[in-house]
Design a protein. Structure first.
Length: 161
């Protein structure tokens, strides 16, 4: 195991869940909530404590879309590309966000771990289309220009502007 990695949060989460293998999904959810992703460094510890193979843990962590084993930014921006958003031009919003942040379909997170840009099939806010979600907040009636303004506001909030 990596000696530089702080496993104390994982230890606390495992203990709080009784080291019970049945609780693997809630355990992974809590770990992701803490680190903003599921670090690969935690797999050996989880495996040892729960008696589940690392391969099984990996398969669970990669099967569900809500889990990520790649680091995510402080601000996770989800661009809706469901039917209502798509026909109301969500793709130009996505393209503008990517170009402003130097991201692509393959590179989803900025090097400074400030922003992650992803697409989702639907955010369930069709009447407000096109929408984006930043962490837990929905932003309705988006345009590429409004998306850039929002990025600038988030950068200021993070002390990067």
């Amino acid at each position: 195991m990596n000696n530089k990695f702080d496993f104390s949060a994982v230890d606390t989460i495992l203990t709080a869940n009784g080291n019970n293998p049945i609780e693997i999904i809630p355990i992974l959810q809590e770990i992701q909530e803490h680190y903003n992703y599921i670090p690969r460094e935690v797999f050996p510890l989880i495996s040892k404590r729960l008696g589940i193979s690392e391969a099984k843990i990996y398969s669970i962590a990669t099967f569900y879309d809500n889990f990520s084993i790649e680091p995510k930014g402080k601000y996770v921006i989800k661009v809706c590309d469901g039917t209502a958003c798509h026909v109301r031009h969500s793709i130009p919003i996505l393209e503008k966000l990517r170009s402003e942040l130097g991201l692509s379909a393959k590179k989803k997170t900025t090097d400074d771990l400030l922003f992650t840009v992803e697409t989702v099939a639907c955010l369930g806010a069709c009447g407000l289309a096109p929408v984006i979600k930043v962490n837990d907040k929905i932003y309705p009636s988006m345009t590429p220009e409004k998306a850039v303004e929002l990025l600038n506001t988030l950068k200021e909030e993070a002390g990067c502007a």
